[in-house]
Unconditional design. Sequence first.
Length: 267
Amino acid sequence: MNTQIKTLLILFNVCVVILTYAISPLNVMLGDEPVRKIDMSRLAEVEDTVSTEVPDTTVVIAKKEKDMSPQRFLFVGDSMVEPIAHYFWNYAIENGHELYTVTWYGSSSYSWGLTATLDHYIKEYNPTFIILCMGSNELTIKDMNTVTRNVNKVLDRVGDLPFVWIGPPSYTKDNPKAIKRWIDNGYNDQIISLVGGDRFFDSRDMVMDRARDGLHPTMKSAVVWMDQLAEWMSSEWTRHPVVLNAPQQKSTIQNLTVMQAKDKGFY
């Protein structure tokens, strides 16, 4: 018989003897001490405590609860504000909100951050929510340190109020209707890094018809822009979702303040 087979048979017989002794009621003495047995019942208990389930490593993200209360919106920024605001007004009326709009032609985050203009209107209207739409007049800035400084000054004035920042629509290869000198050099990405993606409405890839100046959206495109903004602001993708159901009727905007490019703002 092969030596390896003999060895395996011997090991098998030894295992059978050990198992038989473990489950038998007999005790074998080695001198004055009994040969200890394996406690099969304890072994079973240990096996029962071992979980065979795969641990759940899924990261659960808490769904943001929508704020159902009426809001007092303060909508401020550059000339991009006005075309959107006309349709935002309809959303506000439909959902029981108040809307106060200030459009400052030619302004930028520098204008709103340097002056106390935002402070002035926050004090006047006491908003519960601020919407910022600015950046179109500084989209081509390449110095991100300047962008960071200006945006942070605006955010300091906003304070702890809930807000969203509407990014400027820019020229991309998929957006040929915007003028080609209006190319984003990293401005939108820099704002996202400062305010957070859940407080930034990204407009840069929106394909919209432009007015004769090649910059501002037509009124029809402004409606589409507002509809997408409202859908996003009421979704769980935002930090502070609010109720913005689609309006069923139109009305003329009220509470609209227009500041000209020559205005210096408040100090």
